[in-house]
Design a protein around this ligand. Sequence first.
Ligand code: C2E
Ligand code: MG
Ligand code: MG
Length: 702
Amino acid sequence: MNGERIRVLLIEGNRDDARLIQEMLAISSVSLTFELERADRLSAGLEQLAAGGIDAILLDLSLPDSRGLETVVQTHAQAPGVPIVVLTGLDDENLAVRAMQKGAHDYLVKGQVDRNLLVRAIRYSIERAQTQEALQESEERYALAVRGTHEGLWDWNLKTNEVHFSPRWKFMLGCEENEIGNSPDEWFSRLHPEDLERLKKEIEAHLAGLTSHFENEHRVLHKDGTYRWMLSRGLAVRNAAGNAYRMAGSQTDITVRRAAEEQLLHDALHDALTGLPNRALFIDRLGLLIGRAKRRQDYLCAVLFLDLDRFKVINDSLGHMFGDQLLIAIARRLEACLRPGDTVARLGGDEFTMLLDNIKDVSEATRVADRIQNELATPFNLNGHEVFTTASIGIALSVPGYDWPEDLLRDADMAMYRAKALGKARHALFDRGMHARAVALLQLEADLRRAFERQEFRIHYQPIVSLLSSQITGVEALARWHHPQRGLVCPAEFIPLAEETGLIITLGEWLLRTACAQNKAWQAAGHSQLRVMVNFSARQFQHRNLLDLIQRVLGETGMAAHTLELEITETLAMKDIDFSLTTLNELSAMGIQISIDDFGTGYSSLGSLKRFPITTLKIDQSFIRDITNDADDAALTTAIIAMAHSLALKVIAEGVETEEQLAFLRSQKCDEILGYVISRPVPAEAFTKLLEGGGCLSPGAT
Ligand code: C2E
Ligand code: MG
Ligand code: MG
C-alpha cells in the first residue's frame, strides 16, 4: 500500500469506546492508512510505547490502573516526542485543558467525536509535535550560538520598552544574570556621561530611518568601577508602514583596541624619550591660547624657549646614553617648575619649550625662567657622574599681532639666540627690534647669495712694510662687498654670515685665486719676492679640500708657495689642536707660510702656539692702538716682540696709525707693520701705484 501510514496507539479501558475509535480509523484512503494498536491499561500502553514506532497516542484519562493527569505525565515521560491526544468525558473538559499543560497536544470529548475530527486531531498533533521539535532544536542552536559568541546581545521591544540583555551582555559588565533587569535604563545609566548623548542620538537617527544601521563606540561602567570601551551595533525591525517596533543588536568589548589606538595617538603627540608633549602638541595648545588671547584683551600667555648651553659637550664626552638620561632628568625638573595648567614640551635635541597659560605680566614669565635656571644649577647625578648644565632661555609674550602659534615660537627661539649671544646661562625677552634685525640678516643673507653671482665682491690690498728696509714686502688681501644699495660692506659684517651659510667656501676660493693671480702679476712686474697674505676662516680651514685647492691655485697662477702666507686666528688654531697641527704641518710641508692673526685676543700662550709650524705673528690692533699712552700695552707689545723673536718668529704689527706708534715699534725691533700710517686697503690699481712709488715710509701716505 502506498501513501502515508500512521501508527496510533490507543490506550483505552472502555471496550465500546475503543471499538468506536477503531471503526472510525478503519476506513482508510489511498493516501492515508491508520494502523491502530490498543492497550487497555496504562502499564500495557507504556510497554508498547517502549517498543517504539508509534506516531501518535490516543489516551483515555480514566484507565483501570491510572487516572487523571498522572496518566498524561507518565505517558509523555515514556515517549516525549510522540504527540498525545487526550480523550475525556463531557464533564472533564477542565481536566483536558490542564492535560495540555502537562504535555498533551490536543483533546477530544467523547461523544462529540466524528471521524473527520479524530483524523484531523491526530494529524495536527503529529505536525505540531514535529514543529515543536524543530523549534526546540533551533532554539537550542540559538542558545548555543549566543553562549558561544564573544558578543553580548540585546533585543529591545519598542512597544513595551523592554530590553532583553543576553547573559553574556551582562557578564561583559561584570554582572550576573539577575543583576540587570529589562529596562533600557540598565544600559543608559551605565554609560559614560560624555558618550550618552551621542549614543542616544545615533539610536534615534536609526529608528527614524536616517541611517542604514546603528553603530556607536562608547564607554560603559563595569561593576568593578572602571569604564570599558564597547562597540554596539544594531538594526531596527519595521512594520509594513516602516515604523520600527523592535531593535536588536550586539555589544563588543573594544577596550584593548581603543587602548592601542590611544597609545598610537599618544605616541604621535609625545616625545618618546622624555614622554613630554612634542612640537605638534605644543603648537596645538599654543594655537588654542593664541585664539584666547585674540578674544580676550586681558589675557596673556608666554612661550619660553630653552636650549641647553653645553649639551653637545656632555653628549660627546659621556656618550649618548648619558645624554639621554640627562634630557629625561631635565624634563622632570622643568615639569616641577611649572603650574598644573602649563605645558612643557621637547622640540627635539636639547630644545625644550614651555607654555605659561594666563599670566599677569612679563615678570611672571621671567620669574619662571629664573626658577628654571636655579633648578638646573643643581648638578645632575647620572650613574655617579656629576653633570653641570646651564640653559639659555628666550621669552615671547602673546602680545597683540600674533595670528599663528609658529610665529610666537619663532620669536621665543630668536630671543633664546639673543640670550646665547649675551653669554649663555641667562634669559632674554623678545622685542620687535630682534625681529627687525633677524629680518635684516635674512635679507643680507639673500643678498649675499646673489652677490656672488653678480660679481659684487672685490679685493682691497693693504701694504705690509718692512721696518728694516722701509720697503713693501707683502700685501694683505681683504675682502670687500660692493652692495648695490648699501655701497661698500665691510667684511666684519658679511664674513660671519658667509661662514654660517657656507658661502665662504666658494667666496674664499675666488678670493684666494684672484689674490694669488694678482700677486703673481706684481711679482712678474718686478716685485718678485712680494708675499700675499690671505685670511682663512674656520670653515675654510676645516674644509677637506683645503690642500687640493691651494695646490691647484698655485699651479694655475704659477706663484711660488713660499710667497703665499695663510692667516688664521689664534682662536681658530687652538680650537682643535690635533686637527690644526696636522693641517698646518701639511701646509708647511708644501712651503706655505703660516701666520697667526689677531694675536693677543685669544687665551693661548706663545709657548702653546710654538707647537705649530708658524712663521709669523700679527699683533692685534687693540694692543698697538695705545702703545704710546698706555704703559701696560707698551710693555705687553715689547714682551710679545721679544718672545716671538726668541722663537724665531717674524712679528707684524697691525693697525699702525701714527708716526709715534711707528717709532715705538721700530725701537722695539718689530719686523713689519700694516696700517693707515702707510695706506688704507686699496683696489689693485691703486696698490700698483703704491708699489711703483717704492712704498717708502713717508708720512701722510694713504
Ligand atoms: P684682519 O685680518 O685682522 O685685517 C686687518 C683689519 O684691520 C682690516 O679690516 C684692515 O682694514 C684693518 N686695518 C688695517 N690697518 C688699520 C689701521 O691703521 N687702523 C684701523 N682702524 N684698521 C686698520 P677689514 O678689511 O675690515 O677686515 C676685517 C677682518 O675681516 C679681517 O681682520 C679679517 O679677519 C676679516 N677678513 C677680511 N678679508 C677676509 C677674507 O678674505 N677672508 C676671511 N676669512 N676673512 C677676511
Ligand atoms: Mg688678517
Ligand atoms: Mg688682524
